[in-house]
Ligand binder design. Structure first.
Ligand code: SF4
Length: 218
């Protein structure tokens, strides 16, 4: 955690929560790794204020044995309604991006950093991200991906705990967590719909993903 983020969390009293989350994770490892029980636990979560306005939690979708884990920011209106991440136009573009490297939506796992929709699609707060972080960590433990693709600025900056602009993060190779899972960054498909000229860069990011996945894609 960088200094600025640690200070922000401390000011908001979030650091205590983070430590408690880590303890909970350690104490409930067996339950955490049962997908159905885990999803039910998330569905009942009231840790942060986002639970008040959600239609439902959006846990994630795809192959639990996937080599590629895609992580976005948080559910939007359509995801909140349907209960699945990356649906609608952005979801269709993500599916096309995956097809371009020979993968179907069913062959990867897709999740969001936050499981509940921020009202009005606002950016999630530091506290909300912190409260939900343990769930994401547990999903990563459950799936054990060969590669994580962080999609969009909010997801990339929060997962890597950096403030670097996304344009400078893409093309770099990072690792995540104690297991040092390889992680790369690309633009969010919703951004690509607004800025189609950037699709060329997203294509390059996907080619990097394909290269890093290597034999695990066969
Ligand atoms: Fe719980 Fe995460 Fe939803 Fe907040 S966003 S209520 S921490 S599941």
């Amino acid at each position: 955690m960088n200094h600025t983020r640690a200070q922000s969390l401390a000011v908001m009293g979030v650091e205590v929560w983070l430590r408690r989350d880590v303890a909970e994770r350690v104490n409930s490892t067996n339950n955490a790794l049962d997908p159905a029980e885990f999803a039910a636990e998330v569905a009942g979560c009231t840790r942060c204020g986002l639970h008040k306005e959600r239609t439902q939690t959006v846990f994630g979708v795809g192959d639990l044995d996937a080599n590629l884990l895609i992580i976005g920011e948080a559910p939007g209106a359509e995801e909140d309604r349907v209960g699945e991440p990356f649906v609608g136009r952005a979801g269709k573009l993500l599916n096309s991006m995956l097809r371009a490297i020979g993968l179907s939506r069913e062959q990867v796992y897709i999740a969001n950093m936050l499981k509940c929709r921020p009202p009005g699609n606002r950016d999630p707060s530091v506290e909300e991200v912190a409260q939900c972080a343990a769930f994401l960590d547990r999903q990563i433990d459950m799936i054990k991906p060969s590669l994580i693709l962080a999609v969009g600025r909010i997801a990339a900056q929060n997962i890597l705990q950096q403030t670097t602009p996304i344009g400078k993060m893409r093309g770099q190779r990072y690792t995540y967590g104690e297991k040092q899972t390889p992680l790369i960054v690309t633009y969010h498909p919703a951004y690509l719909l607004r800025s189609p000229r950037e699709k060329r860069k997203a294509w390059a990011d996907l080619m990097l993903a394909k290269q890093l996945l290597g034999d695990s894609m066969l």
